[in-house]
Write a protein that binds this ligand. Structure first.
Ligand SMILES: [Zn+2]
Ligand SMILES: [Zn+2]
Length: 157
């Protein structure tokens, strides 16, 4: 399964690169692989650099940044701004469309299934809005952190 998806992404990338007269380089393949290996995470460019470095790959930071931008331009990565000053990225074509919940306490990013937003989407469509792309972000406190704060406040009493 993993192998097949990897090959699929690499093939798409190769085709896109060829169309635009770029070359497939080992570095480009490595960066893409990091995202496939860390599918559930939302990595920043620094994270990608760190992962490659800890796996003993020598790719310069500048190359990592440039490659990520390239992959975004080719529609293989989705760039997300969670408002913390760092751009994060994820594979653009995940099996399931999803949105994000960002915890203001621990900073963890949760993925929200598409179905939870069906009501909002339906309402908007009925009002005549047409979607081209959408990306919902909800900020708040995650279940883990809200449990912790509840415990703390009850201990203080
Ligand atoms: Zn939290
Ligand atoms: Zn996500």
């Amino acid at each position: 399964m993993y192998k097949r998806r990897l090959t699929m992404y690499i093939e798409t990338l190769k085709k896109e690169l060829k169309n635009k007269k770029y070359r497939m380089t080992p570095q480009r393949e490595l960066v893409l692989k990091v995202f496939i290996d860390n599918e559930s995470k939302h990595l920043g460019a620094e994270d990608v650099y760190r992962i490659l470095f800890s796996n003993k790959h020598t790719v310069s930071k500048a190359t990592v940044y440039r490659t990520i931008e390239l992959l975004v331009n080719f529609g293989l990565l989705r760039k997300i701004d969670f408002g913390d000053g760092i751009y994060r990225y994820e594979l653009a074509k995940k099996e399931k469309m999803h949105h994000h919940f960002i915890c203001n306490v621990c900073g963890k990013i949760y993925e929200i299934e598409e179905k939870h937003l069906n009501i909002i989407k339906k309402e908007l469509l009925e009002q005549g809005f047409q979607f081209e792309d959408f990306d919902f972000k909800i900020y708040g406190i995650c279940p883990k952190c809200s449990k912790k704060t509840k415990k703390k406040s009850s201990n203080n009493k």
